[in-house]
Every structure is written in C-alpha cells, then in structure tokens.
Design a protein around this ligand. Structure first.
Ligand code: ATP
Length: 513
C-alpha cells in the first residue's frame, strides 16, 4: 500500500500529466501557490460551480446571484475588519528558513496527542474484542487520561492565546511543547509576528492621485455592500439569500499542499439574511443542507465530518466547518458561519447610509442577521479528485489509473472511437460525436490500440467509451464501455443519447437535495 503522502504526490503529477492543474507560469519555474487549470481541470471546475450555483439559485426561489468586482472601495476592508484583523500569527525557523503559522503548528501538536489517544483505544479494542467498553476505557486508562489531560491543558492555553491574539504566549506554547521544525528538526524559532493576508495595489495613474486598494480576500463583502441594491431591485423578502462565485486573494504564509492553500483561489459564497433571533435555526438548516450537497455526490459519507469552532471570529456567534478526508487528513473544505449583523452594521457605520430592512409582517425595521456558507472551489476540486483517484490491478497483470468521478462532474462524458482508421469507421464515429456534442462534452480518438485509448479515458475519468466497428455499418450498433466496472455492452446508436444524458444529468443530483 502506498503511503498517503505518496498517493498525494501521484495525484499532483496526475493532475499535471492529464491537463487538470498546472503550476502557474511554469516555463518561468512557476509562482508559489498559484496554479492554472488545464483543459480537463476547467471542465471539472465548471461542473462543480454549476452544481453549487444550481443548488442555490435554481432550487431556491429566495436566493439570487450576483457577480461583484474584485476591486472594492478601500473603506470596505476597514469596515469589515480586514485591515486591522485579517492576520495570521507567523513564526520562522532560523535553520530551515521556513515560515509557519504558529496556530497551525500548535493545532498539529493537538492532533498528534489525539492520535496517541486513538491508538491506545484501537490497541485495547483489538485486545478485548467484543467485550470492549470504549467509554469506560477512555475514562479509566491511565495512559489515555494522561494524554487527555495534556490535550485539555494545551487546548485551553491555545484558545486563550488565540482569543487574546497573545503572540508571546503562542511562542511560549511552541517552546514548552518542544515543537520542532519538520524540515530542520530544530527548535530554533523566531518570535511570533502578525502578518496581514491582503494583497494591495494602487489605483490611478499619477503619483499624487493614487489610492491604495486591496484585492478582495473573500467574496462576501461584495454581497454585503450590494444588500440594499439587490433587496430593493429584486423586491426580496426576508429570509432571502445572495449567492456569488468569484476569485479571492490571500497572501498565505504557508502555501504548500498544492491547490489546498493558494494565493489566488475561487470561492462560492452565499449570504442568507434572516430576522434577528432566528439565526440559530437557519444556521442549523444550512449546516445540514450543505452536508447533504456534499454527500449527494456519492464520494463516501464517511469522508465528511463537522468541526465546530471554539474560537469564533470577531463577527460570528456560531461557526462550523465541513471537513473532508484528504490524502493528508481531514481538512476544511467549507465554512458555515452565523455572522450576526456585524457586516451590515459596520458598512452602515462606515458609509453613513442606513442599511436596514423593513419587515412588513413585523411592521418594523431592523438590520438583518446573516448566515454564510462559504466553500472554496479549489478545495472542493481537490476533494473530488482525491476521492476519485484509484490505482487498480487488472487481470493479466495489467494495471490502470482511473478517476471514478461522479459522471455529472466528469470533464468529458463520452469518447467515440473507430476500431480502425479506415473503411468508413471514422466517418461513422464522427456522426455519433455530432449527435452527442450539443448535450454533452464528447471527444473523438482514433490513435493507438483500443486498450490504450480506454486507459487514456480512464485517466481523465470519462464515464463512457463508444467503439465503432465494422458491424456498426450494418447493424447500427456500437459497443459502449463503462468506466468503473469496464463492462461492455452492444447497444443501438439511437439509444446512446438517452443512456449518456440520463447518467450525467444534473437534475438527478439536484433532486437528492
Ligand atoms: P484556513 O483556516 O484553511 O486558512 P479559513 O478558515 O481562513 O481557511 P474561510 O475564510 O472560512 O477559510 O474561507 C472559506 C473557504 O474558502 C474555505 O473553507 C476554503 O475552502 C476556501 N479557502 C480559504 N482560503 C483558501 C486558500 N488559500 N486556498 C484555497 N481555498 C481557500
């Protein structure tokens, strides 16, 4: 069995080799934590975005979309708190010269302790078999209790330090826990410093007339500043939501792990405006709906978990993450936040405009509360790909790499292949492409043996291969080959359109929500 790290490395090189993801400006050796999506990547990404957009805007009468600009008035970021508080605590190791997020180093330490406890539990489970009482074991085993005590104390110190943003305390925790740099293995740390994650640039042409502006670090603020525009012009009644998909930029300190943490990435965010006091029931609603959205893809229910936040952002009164089991562990893919009326109130204060909603049922005006669902397209892309990537041993000593992508997300839905490049078979195959291409992304391949062509399609996750042979010219039937079980079936050409469009129809997925 390959280690998880090896699997991840293979996935990264697979992404490049098959046109999913390339390092940005690679001919100049790339740009750290910036990536380009290739010919297959862009299709997969667009399908993910469509699934999200349709699940929000198409399925909900009371959710509409917008597309706000990346540049925003600089006061936006003062009001939102990003100028003053969008910081990560960073620390450098003097020997490796590598930079880390102090909070991440401590969280990894907490995860290690948790792992030790879980190992003890698993060992005992094996030893005691059916008679094993896990709860009792956790409450009484001296080694587990010792680890748990360590965990609780560390966790408390860490939460205190983060809530107060006490940088000295964070450093002290790293020293006390004897955390070492994974690269140099030493404890030669600098002090912890604050680092603002926003990119800035100048707008305007003359030296005097320029204004410093930021590249948005989240898409949400474009929704907040348009709250009144959309509410009034769309005659929206609370509760209602505004959805948006767009780029966001963060000058991440630790930008490893491929497209998991990028400096330029894409978010799909929805802000749902509700009556004050009703936010907790809507928070619960969206938490459940979003998990259903993920699970409907069929990547494996056990690959998801919620992670409730203990340290809440300055604006939030409840927050949870949906985590996905990546090749490097459970990681956040999406955040669901109850943001109170913080953002709208702040924008009202900084702009001097009244940003309120008149509720005809209550006959009163108020500043709505907000539930936000915020998911990274790129992280979603990575989770889909890592669940889909399979290396399989086949009969006869052969092997294949196959992306078992949900057909609705696959970049290419069907590939049509003439058995040979002559005798009218290519022409017949082209006819089939022309029949399918209006509904599904279809490709044509006549090069190499059929076996090799199948492997190429497996590697990009094409759910259907269609082979045209000499008999086709007489009986108008073709061989359809299914990606996952490699089953082959002879079917009439007229039935192809129905078989394929039905299997890749977004409606079937949306109906599960
Ligand atoms: P993290 O703790 O991993 O830095 P975050 O909690 O800061 O993430 P949010 O601000 O809640 O993330 O952003 C919402 C979503 O945007 C995340 O769940 C993630 O999917 C995505 N996202 C955030 N930062 C990045 C990034 N640098 N690269 C790719 N996706 C990102």
């Amino acid at each position: 069995m390959a280690s998880q790290e090896e699997v991840f490395k293979k996935l990264v090189s697979h992404c490049k080799e098959y046109g999913f993801v390339f390092p940005s400006s690679e001919i100049y050796d790339g740009l750290a934590a910036v990536y380009d999506y290739g010919q297959n990547g862009v299709e997969l990404k667009n399908n993910i975005k469509k699934y999200w957009w349709d699940s929000m805007v198409l399925l909900h009468e009371n959710i509409v979309g917008i597309d706000a600009a990346i540049f925003m008035h600089p006061t936006t970021w003062k009001a939102s708190g990003h100028v003053d508080a969008f910081n990560d605590p960073l620390i450098d190791n003097r020997d490796s010269k590598k930079r880390y997020r102090a909070d991440v180093l401590i969280e990894e330490q907490l995860a290690k302790i948790e792992e030790k406890i879980n190992k003890e539990v698993e060992k005992a489970r094996k030893r005691f078999g059916d008679a094993f009482d896990e709860q009792k074991f956790r409450e009484t085993n001296p080694r587990v209790l010792e680890h748990q005590k360590h965990f609780d104390e560390l966790h408390q110190r860490y939460s205190d330090a983060m809530n107060a943003m006490d940088l000295e305390m964070l450093k002290q925790i790293i020293v006390d826990e004897e955390i070492v740099c994974p690269i140099s293995g030493t404890r030669n740390w600098t002090d912890v410093r604050q680092f603002n994650l926003m990119f800035s640039t100048e707008m305007g042409s003359t030296a005097d007339g320029t204004t410093k502006i930021y590249l948005r670090p989240e898409t949400a603020q474009g929704i907040f500043v348009n709250f009144l525009n959309v509410q009034k012009t769309g005659r929206m009644k609370i509760p209602f939501g505004i959805a948006q998909i767009g780029k966001a930029f963060r000058n991440e300190i630790v930008a490893r792990q491929f497209i998991f943490r990028m400096r330029e990435f894409e978010q799909m965010e929805m802000q749902f405006f509700v009556r004050p006091g009703e936010e907790m029931q809507w928070f619960q609603h969206w938490k459940e709906f979003r998990l259903r959205w993920h699970k409907a893809l069929g990547l494996g229910d056990n690959k998801y978990r919620y992670h409730d936040h203990e340290k809440l952002a300055h604006y939030a009164n409840a927050a949870t993450d949906i985590e996905f089991e990546m090749p490097f562990g459970f990681k956040e893919v999406e955040g669901i936040h109850s943001r109170t009326n913080f953002d709208l109130s702040q924008h009202a204060k900084f702009s001097g405009k009244k940003i309120e909603y008149f509720d005809p049922e209550l006959n009163q005006s108020y500043t709505p509360y907000v539930i936000e669902t915020s998911i990274g397209v790129d992280r979603m892309f990575l989770s889909v790909l890592s669940a889909a990537y399979h290396e399989e041993q086949l009969d006869g000593g052969d092997s294949r790499v196959v992306l078992k992508l949900p057909p609705v997300l696959a970049p290419v839905k069907a590939c049509v292949m003439p058995l040979v490049k002559k005798d009218g078979l290519p022409e017949k195959a082209r006819e089939i492409v022309n029949m399918l291409k209006f509904d599904v992304k279809t490709t044509y391949d006549e090069k190499d043996s059929i076996g090799k062509r199948y492997r190429r399609q497996d590697a990009v996750g094409t759910p259907f291969c269609i082979t045209v042979d000499h008999d086709t010219l007489n009986d108008n039937c073709v061989t359809i080959r299914y990606r996952d079980d490699m089953r082959q079936e002879r079917v009439p050409i007229e039935s192809l359109h129905g078989i394929i469009t039905d299997a890749v129809d977004m409606k079937n997925l949306l109906r599960k929500l």
